[in-house]
Design a protein around this ligand. Structure first.
Ligand SMILES: Nc1nc2c(c(=O)[nH]1)N[C@H]1C(S)=C(S)[C@@H](COP(=O)(O)O)O[C@H]1N2
Ligand SMILES: [Mo]
Length: 214
C-alpha cells in the first residue's frame, strides 16, 4: 500500500517525522471551523463540476460510492496551527478515480475541493492526482466519525491539514488557480509542511494565483 509516513520513520514521535515548527501530539485532535454538519443520506451527493471535458456536471449519490475502487494510505496529519498526529490509516476512494471517471478539459490545472457550509481548499492538479491523495470513508478500520468528516473527507497527506476538507461535497475543475477558505485568510497557497509553506506571507513569487488587474 502507498505510505507516506512509514517510509520516513517508524517511531510516531521521531523528530525527523515532525516538520519544522510542528509538535507531536498523541491521539487525534478535532480541528475545524464552524459546526459539524448533519448527514442526510437522501440529500447528499458528490458533485464534479467546472471545466469537465464533456462540459457536464457529474454527481454521485451516496449509494453510488459503493461502486468505486478503494485504497489504503497510512500518513501523518499536520495541522498548520501546530499539532502533528501520526500513523493515520485512511481507507477510501483514490482521488485519481475522479479524473478517470469524469475527465477534465485539457486546460485544467487546479481543483477546488468543496465541503459542507462552503469550506474549500484549492489544489494543484498534481497534488490532487498524487497516488497518496484519497477521499476517505474510514480511519483505522472504522467509518469516519461525524467530527472527523463522515461520510467523506479528502486526505492530501503531503500537505497541511487545511488542504483536506472534511464533509467533502464537490470537486471543481479549474483552468486557473483560485484561493480556498484558509488560503484567503492568511494561509499558504501550496501548504507543504516540509517547505515551511504555512502562511501566505511566506509565498514565493508565483506560488499563488495571479492577482486580477496585473
Ligand atoms: N470542512 C472542513 N474541513 C476541514 C477543516 C474545516 O474547517 N472545515 N479544517 C481543516 C484543518 S485546518 C485540519 S488541520 C483538519 C483537521 O482534521 P481533524 O479534525 O480530523 O484532525 O481538517 C481540515 N478539514
Ligand atoms: Mo489545521
Amino acid at each position: 500500500m502507498p505510505s507516506v509516513a512509514d517510509e520516513r520513520s517508524p517511531k510516531p514521535e521521531a523528530p525527523d517525522r515532525i516538520p519544522p515548527g510542528q509538535r507531536f501530539v498523541q491521539g487525534w485532535p478535532v480541528s475545524h471551523y464552524g459546526p459539524v454538519p448533519r448527514f442526510r443520506p437522501e440529500r447528499w451527493n458528490l458533485r464534479v463540476f467546472g471545466a469537465t471535458a464533456s462540459g457536464d456536471t457529474h454527481e454521485w449519490a451516496f449509494d453510488d460510492l459503493a461502486d468505486l475502487p478503494r485504497t489504503t494510505v497510512v500518513a501523518d496529519l499536520h495541522c498548520a496551527s501546530g499539532p502533528t498526529s501520526t500513523g493515520h490509516e485512511w481507507y477510501g476512494i483514490p482521488a485519481t478515480t475522479v479524473l478517470e471517471l469524469v475527465p477534465p478539459a485539457p486546460g485544467v490545472t487546479h481543483v477546488m475541493a468543496w465541503a459542507e457550509y462552503g469550506y474549500s481548499a484549492n489544489l494543484r492538479l498534481a497534488d490532487f492526482t498524487s497516488p497518496h491523495t484519497l477521499m476517505a470513508t474510514h480511519h483505522n478500520g472504522e467509518p469516519l466519525t461525524a467530527e472527523h468528516g463522515f461520510p467523506l473527507r479528502l486526505v492530501v497527506p503531503h500537505l497541511f491539514g487545511y488542504k483536506g476538507p472534511k464533509w467533502l461535497r464537490g470537486i471543481e475543475y479549474m483552468t486557473a488557480d483560485r484561493r480556498g477558505f484558509w488560503e484567503e485568510r492568511g494561509y499558504h497557497n501550496l501548504a507543504d509542511p516540509w517547505k515551511t509553506q504555512r502562511y501566505s506571507y511566506q509565498e514565493e513569487p508565483g506560488a499563488g494565483p495571479q492577482q486580477s488587474g496585473q
